[in-house]
Design a protein around this ligand. Structure first.
Ligand SMILES: Nc1ncnc2c1ncn2[C@@H]1O[C@H](COP(=O)(O)OP(=O)(O)OP(=O)(O)O)[C@@H](O)[C@H]1O
Length: 240
C-alpha cells in the first residue's frame, strides 16, 4: 500500500519553543491512521504541517505526491479543526450547500454529507442553536462534501455520545474502504483500537508507529492505555 503522506525530519518551532523534533513518519493510503498522544505532544502541530498551514523550521512533508500546502492540494485535502468552522447564522443545510458549491457540487452531495454524520434531522436548524457535538458534526459534513482524498480530523469525536462515536468511526472506515486516507487525532486511547495504524507522539517525538495489535503485543497487555504508558516508561528508561 502506497503512502499518502510522508514526513521527513520535520522540525517545528512555535513561540520560540521546539515542538516537533526531527519527526519522520508515513501515513498509508486508504487507511485510518490515529495520531495519539497526551495533550501538548504535538498532534495538532503535525496535522497543521500536513495541511500546509504550519510554518516549519526544516524537514519535508509530502502529501499525495506534492509538497504540503501546494495550491493543487487545496481540493484534495480536507481539514477539520477542533473549533467548528461553520457559519452560525446559516442553517446546517445552508452551510453544507455553501461548501458543496465551493467544491462544484450540488445539493445532493450536501444532503449525503449531512446524512453521513447523522445530521439530516437537524438540517433546518441554525448552527447558532446547535449543541457543541452537533456543531462539530456539521463542520465535519462540510469537509466531507468535497470528497477529499486525504481527510485530517483533529479530535472529531470530542463531545459525542458513545453511539454517535461508534457511528462516526464506522463512517471513517467506510470512507477508507472507498479509498480515502484519514488521519484522526485523539487522546482517548480506547479509540486507538479503532485505527488501522497508530502514530504515538510524546513531547514532539514519534514514540511508535504500529498497529493496535502490535502495540498490545509489544507492551504485553490488552489495555491500550496501559500499553501506551508502558512504551512511555520504556522510553524514559532508555533516556535515563
Ligand atoms: N500558537 C502557539 N504558540 C506557542 N506555542 C504553541 C502554540 N500552539 C501550540 N503551542 C505549543 O506547542 C506544543 C504542541 O501543541 P499541540 O497543540 O500541537 O499539541 P496537541 O498534542 O495537539 O495537544 P491537545 O491534545 O491538547 O490539542 C505545546 O507545547 C503547545 O503549548
Amino acid at each position: 500500500m502506497a503512502d499518502a503522506v510522508t514526513v521527513t525530519d520535520l522540525v517545528v518551532e512555535r513561540g520560540r519553543r521546539r515542538v516537533l523534533h526531527d519527526l519522520s513518519c508515513a501515513v498509508p493510503a486508504g487507511r485510518v491512521t490515529g495520531l495519539l498522544g497526551p495533550s501538548g505532544s504535538g498532534k495538532t502541530t503535525l496535522m497543521r504541517a500536513l495541511v500546509g498551514v504550519q510554518r516549519v523550521r526544516s524537514g519535508e512533508v509530502t502529501v499525495l505526491g506534492e509538497p504540503a500546502g501546494s495550491p493543487g492540494l487545496r481540493a484534495r485535502v480536507g481539514y477539520v479543526t477542533q473549533s467548528p468552522s461553520v457559519y452560525p447564522d446559516l442553517s446546517v443545510r445552508e452551510n453544507a450547500r455553501y461548501f458543496a458549491a465551493l467544491y462544484g457540487r450540488g445539493a445532493r452531495a450536501a444532503d449525503d454529507a449531512l446524512a453521513a454524520v447523522g445530521m439530516t434531522d437537524a438540517a433546518g436548524q441554525l448552527v447558532a442553536d446547535l449543541s457543541g457535538g452537533q456543531r462539530s458534526r456539521a463542520s465535519l459534513a462540510c469537509a466531507l462534501v468535497g470528497e477529499p482524498e486525504l481527510l485530517v480530523l483533529d479530535e472529531p469525536t470530542v463531545g459525542l455520545d458513545p453511539v454517535l462515536r461508534v457511528d462516526l468511526w464506522d463512517r471513517f472506515h467506510a470512507l477508507a474502504g472507498a479509498g480515502t486516507t484519514l488521519v484522526v487525532s485523539s487522546h482517548v486511547m480506547d479509540e486507538a483500537g479503532r485505527c488501522d495504524r497508530l502514530l504515538l507522539l510524546r513531547e514532539g517525538r514519534l514514540l511508535a508507529d504500529l498497529t493496535p495489535g502490535e502495540l498490545r503485543a509489544d507492551a504485553g497487555t490488552h489495555d491500550l492505555e496501559e500499553a501506551f504508558l508502558t512504551l512511555v516508561r520504556r522510553g524514559e528508561e532508555v533516556a535515563a
